[in-house]
Design a protein around this ligand. Structure first.
Ligand SMILES: C[S@@+](CC[C@H](N)C(=O)[O-])C[C@H]1O[C@@H](n2cnc3c(N)ncnc32)[C@H](O)[C@@H]1O
Length: 228
């Protein structure tokens, strides 16, 4: 499945990248001293910028070419590469970071497990946020949203299709006409995911935010560290 074509990529970067910017202080605190970082699902580079400014050596990756074009404009000095989870190999590094529920975009729990394990093996620390099964507890009925900005309007309907699948139907209007995108997020039992990573020898913690911010209900931050 292909997510974030050019219109939606631009809208996400313009209007929805505050989430990544708010995550930055917590992510930077967890990373500590400057190190090598592979960022998965970097989008337009909203987190890549503070990572680079803090002295980390960043490889920023995404599966959306439109997002990568935006990231190249926003952080031209970064090493920006196409990488589609779960099958593309993750370069070996010190730390892997994925912000914006990137793993939940994969098609199944099996793919999510495989990608998380690959990410945890690629470095000594993995920091990410996941949509937990509890996300559905407060969102049983479809929710409609409307957003608009410079030259665009976006209508979204978020529906819990099954207890572990959220379908987001988006209609995007720009001067060029109307386009549609449908995103599917697979919800996971984060406690189970954490146990699977622990069985790989990792020290795993979960929390409701990257730093001092509190994420919406159902969003869980997971940090997995390889001891030693
Ligand atoms: C909600 S956006 C977050 C973007 C950015 N990290 C931020 O917070 O602004 C999710 C990102 O995951 C990327 N993505 C979705 N499926 C992916 C996959 N299979 N492999 C790699 N990236 C993927 C999307 O292209 C998108 O950029």
């Amino acid at each position: 499945m292909s997510y974030y074509q050019s219109e939606l990529a631009r809208i996400h970067h313009e209007a929805f990248s505050d989430y990544a910017r708010s995550a930055a202080p917590g992510v930077l605190a967890s990373l500590g001293e400057p190190c090598g970082v592979v960022e998965l699902g970097c989008g337009g580079g909203a987190l890549t910028r503070p990572l680079l400014d803090a002295g980390h050596r960043v490889i920023a990756t995404d599966a959306s070419s439109a997002m990568l074009d935006l990231a190249r404009q926003a952080v031209p000095e970064a090493d920006i590469r196409f990488l589609r989870l779960p099958d593309d190999p993750i370069p070996s590094t010190d730390a892997v970071v994925a912000v914006g529920t990137v793993f939940n975009y994969l098609d199944s729990e099996v793919y999510i497990d495989r990608a998380l394990l690959g990410a945890a093996r690629a470095g000594r620390i993995l920091i990410t946020d996941l949509l937990d099964l509890s996300y559905g507890d407060t969102r049983r009925e479809p929710v409609k949203y409307f957003h608009e900005g410079d030259g665009w309007r976006l209508w979204t309907v978020n529906s819990l299709e099954t207890p572990d699948r959220v379908v987001r139907q988006m209609t995007i209007e720009t001067a060029d006409g109307i386009t549609n995108e449908v995103h599917i997020n697979v919800l996971v039992d984060v406690a189970e995911v954490a146990d699977k990573l622990r069985s790989e020898g990792l020290a795993v913690s979960t929390s409701s935010g990257f730093g001092y911010e509190t994420l919406p209900p159902g969003f869980v931050v997971l940090e997995a560290r390889r001891p030693g």
